[in-house]
Design a protein around this ligand. Structure first.
Ligand code: CDP
Length: 215
């Protein structure tokens, strides 16, 4: 059985949904690295100050980010699990994710979290930068219209008012920023398995990852 699994891909590809299910089935720890960038984004936004690189670095220096077994997220000791899921925080997460200091700090934390193995970690740079020696690397994607539709449904279920066309625009902009940034851009690792989930159900994606994790 593969002990360290990395799942990367663009926004709304279903990484966290399938990673969570796989982790439960395998008895592994699920680590949502996007939640960590979101926590930094939320902290910067909540400061109310005008955002520049110096502020982002200052806010990250002594930041405390914790993820528990139930995938709850704590920022400086306060639970922010729901608060980090808004479109504003998505944008802020992608902005802070460009800053080298932030990436270094979170990458270090993520490696520590994976040290004991039996983990499935999802993000943008897990297979390429954070855990280049992962036993299994998945690059999970789907068409942008399908990813926008999924995010729309997710927000609707949470009772958040949303517009499909706006979501598609936001996802496209964030993917572009994440793929084009200088440090650790969103990219498929050479040795990653590409899974296009556009026409696959969650169960099918989970089954495929579990099959790949077995050999
Ligand atoms: O859930 P969704 O796919 O929309 O995003 P997420 O995984 O929560 O990540 C939010 C943002 O954090 C991304 O748009 C990236 O800019 C950044 N991120 C990153 O740079 N590196 C990671 N390993 C994970 C997330």
């Amino acid at each position: 059985m593969k002990k360290i699994i990395a799942v990367d891909g663009p926004a709304g590809a279903g990484k966290s949904t399938v990673s969570k299910i796989c982790a439960t089935k395998l008895g592994y720890t699920y680590i949502d690295t996007g939640a960590m960038y979101r926590a930094v984004g939320l902290k910067v936004l909540s400061s109310g100050k005008s955002v520049d690189e110096d502020l982002i670095i200052e806010m990250t220096r002594d930041i405390k980010i914790e993820l528990d077994e139930a995938a709850r997220v704590f920022l400086d000791g306060r639970e922010v699990t729901k608060e980090i899921r808004t479109p504003e925080v998505s944008r802020a997460a992608s902005d802070v994710a460009k800053v080298g200091f932030v990436r270094q700090k979170l990458t270090e934390l993520q490696r520590q979290m994976a040290v004991r193995g039996s983990v499935i970690m999802d993000g943008r740079d897990i297979g390429t930068q954070v855990l280049p020696n992962a036993d299994l690397k998945i690059f999970l994607t789907a068409s942008v219209s399908e990813r926008a539709r999924r995010r729309f449904e997710e927000l609707k279920q949470k009772g958040v008012a949303a517009n499909l066309a706006t979501i598609e625009k936001e996802i496209t902009a964030r993917d572009k920023q994440d793929s084009e940034r200088e440090i650790a851009p969103l990219a498929q690792a050479e040795d990653a398995v590409l899974l296009d989930s556009t026409t696959m159900t969650i169960d099918e994606v989970v089954a495929e990852i579990l099959r790949l994790a077995k050999d």
